[in-house]
Ligand binder design. Structure first.
Ligand SMILES: [Cu+2]
Length: 162
């Protein structure tokens, strides 16, 4: 069996403390769409906050709930919104980027099981630099998604009131 002690303490310490700070990337508002019966693809959405001074690029993702995860975006072709695969999603330094319905998203392809409202999906996100970021996203039905959006809108409205 391979032993960590063979690395030696100084090298081990260097491995633990080297590399860009993980804290530069924060994920919030994550959710994954529930799937109707017989459908084995879904989409994941979240907000990426790049609090660091370096531009970062989301280059890929994986989950044990799907065979493949692709980065997708929507663009108009001949007057029709279509989604297509992209290689990366850039998040400039000190910026937020929202992956949202109708825009950029993660496409979960080849689901190992149907995704039901209330389930949780663990996503491992790869960035152009730094360690992977793991996020646990709830599965939302279309109804839950709408309820949450409405609540956000209500809050905005509420805060505007004197
Ligand atoms: Cu897609």
């Amino acid at each position: 069996m391979y032993s960590l002690s063979r690395l030696g303490a100084p090298l081990l310490a260097a491995l633990m403390f080297s590399g860009p700070a993980l804290a530069d990337i924060e994920i919030s508002d994550a959710f994954v769409r529930a799937t109707p019966p017989g459908v084995d693809v879904s989409a994941a959405f979240f907000r990426v906050h790049n609090t660091g001074g370096d531009d970062r690029t989301l280059t890929g993702a994986s989950t044990d709930k799907a065979a493949t995860v692709e980065l997708h975006t929507h663009s108009e072709q001949d007057g029709v919104m279509k989604m297509r695969r992209i290689d990366g999603i850039e998040i400039p330094a000190h910026h937020d980027h929202r992956l949202a319905p109708g825009g950029d998203h993660l496409m979960l392809i080849g689901l190992t099981q149907p995704l039901v409202d209330g389930d949780r999906v663990e996503l491992t996100l790869q960035f152009s630099s730094g360690d992977p970021v793991i996020v646990t996203a709830p599965v939302w039905s279309a109804q839950t998604e709408m309820d949450v959006e409405n609540r956000i809108e209500e809050n905005k409205h509420h805060h505007k009131m004197p």
